[in-house]
Design a protein around this ligand. Structure first.
Ligand code: GAP
Length: 444
């Protein structure tokens, strides 16, 4: 029997308690909309990033990666349309000075903070880009922006990549990195933050081929989440209506996930036409076209973009993995059903007793596993409690070492989801864990 009611409060509390995610600058009262990743959180985030990177670059022979600078020439953001268009309509309460997104509140109602009626200003456009100044002089000429999306780092390197690698259209360029937005509404933990990470891929295609590739990437991206072990029933598409389309998009679908606060965007798949490359050609004066080596045609490619939030994916993985499970005998456990490919710890080694060489043997086993897996060694406390700790941080495999291990060189391998235990020769452990990871299926 299980109770899968995951709430944001439960996740925030588990993340703090177990060292996944802390409030930023907590000792100073925190900074709203900013969060720090602790020892387990950074492992989880890095492993989700690596899973995506492998999916995009290693498992596709026509996608290469780059890592562009966060700060770019300010003209990039004029060309991309972000200076003119990347804004939200905002209203202020004249009474308490709180600021709200006009599309997030009922403008005819009272201010949700101070309760005053009729206190809202007219909506005004508020640009979401953070700006700073480069060099010692703080004037308009020295303004630089913190990138609000990683995509432009890819577009401005389109020519570099085609000239220096052997890619041919259709091909993609992938990038993972930080992006910054001066979001006014930042509730819901790490869902919407000022500083976040994106995993983006721009796929360059021949004009006319974009609809077929759009359909391909839509399917490929939703399938990816199943490979990551996410419950299919918590994923759906949402097509953007005319008023929702970003300034660069001709068509767009969001992949939405059922977060603790309801259905929300997780990833965007956008048909960006030749908007970005054409604009960069216009603003930079440098040609951004492609010469097809087979047909000798020259054209500016069209782009299909897949844009996923990495930090938002961490929230998705945490929400999807969480389970409160009632066990036989009135006991219960909190278990995180992370896919073993992204779990922060893959295998924990737990000696049943410390004496008679058992701890030393356990250390040896853990050392042996280290080169292949993220491991953890824990010899303190009752074994039941150690299992619960590992369940709560989502460790898929626990290895228990006992007196028998000394005699017959076997250990107990315990599976997190089923809690089943099997006896395995120490010499076979690495191969067995590998095999279990490959065969892993999420619990339904
Ligand atoms: N290059 C296209 C682009 O940036 P977007 O829909 O604005 O498109 C893509 O953002 C993804 O980035 C979103 O689906 C979300 O996962 C993530 N994202 C956007 N703003 C975010 C924020 N303030 N905090 C966390 N993640 C965010």
């Amino acid at each position: 029997m299980s109770n899968n009611t995951v709430t944001m409060e439960k996740l925030v509390s588990l993340c703090k308690r177990r060292g996944f995610i802390y409030q930023s600058s907590e000792i100073y009262g925190g900074l709203s909309g900013a969060w720090d990743y602790g020892p387990l959180g950074v492992e989880l985030k890095n492993r989700i990033r690596d899973f995506w990177w492998k999916e995009m670059t290693q498992l596709h022979d026509n996608i290469v990666g780059i890592d562009a600078a966060i700060m770019m020439h300010p003209k990039v953001w004029e060309a991309s349309g972000h200076v003119a268009n990347f804004s939200d309509p905002m209203v202020d309460c004249r009474q308490c000075k709180s600021r709200f997104r006009a599309d997030h509140i009922d403008l005819a109602a009272a201010c949700p903070v101070c309760g005053t009626k009729g206190s809202f200003t007219e909506p005004r456009e508020f640009n979401l880009m953070f700006s700073t100044h480069m060099g010692p002089v703080k004037d308009d000429a020295s303004v630089v922006y913190l990138r609000p999306e990683t995509a432009q780092g890819i577009f401005v390197n389109f020519k570099n990549v085609t000239q220096t690698s052997r890619v041919k259209i259709p091909f993609g360029i992938a990038q993972v990195g930080k992006a910054f937005r001066n979001e006014v509404t930042t509730k819901n933990f790490i869902f919407r933050t000022l500083e976040f990470e994106q995993m983006e891929m721009q796929f360059f295609v021949k004009p006319g081929d974009e609809d077929a590739w759009f359909a391909y990437w839509k399917q490929s991206r939703i399938d990816y989440y199943s490979r990551l072990g996410i419950d299919k029933n918590k994923l759906r598409f949402h097509q953007h209506g005319e008023t929702e389309l970003a300034h660069y998009a001709k068509d767009a679908f969001d992949i939405e996930f059922f977060f603790p606060m309801g259905w929300q965007e997780l990833e965007g798949i956008h048909s960006r036409t030749d908007f970005d490359l054409s604009r960069h050609q216009e603003f930079s004066g440098k040609e951004q076209n492609y010469l097809d080596p087979e047909t000798n045609e020259r054209y500016i490619p069209y782009v299909i973009e897949t844009s996923a939030g990495l930090t938002r994916s961490v929230l998705m993985v945490l929400s999807d993995a969480y389970e409160e499970e009632a066990l036989d005998g009135g006991d219960s456990r909190v278990v995180m059903h992370f896919h073993p490919d992204v779990a922060p710890v893959t295998a924990a080694v737990l000696p049943l007793v410390k004496k008679d060489g058992i701890a030393e043997l356990s250390r040896e086993i853990e050392q042996e596993l280290r080169s292949d897996f993220n491991t953890f060694y824990d010899q303190s406390g009752a074994i039941g409690r150690r299992y619960r700790r590992m369940d709560e941080i989502g460790t898929p495999f626990c290895i228990t070492v006992d007196y028998q291990s000394k005699d017959d060189k076997t250990v107990t391998l315990r599976f997190r989801d089923s809690m089943e235990q099997v006896r395995v020769p120490i010499a076979d452990l690495t191969a067995r864990i590998r095999q279990e990871i490959k065969a892993y299926k999420r619990v339904e």
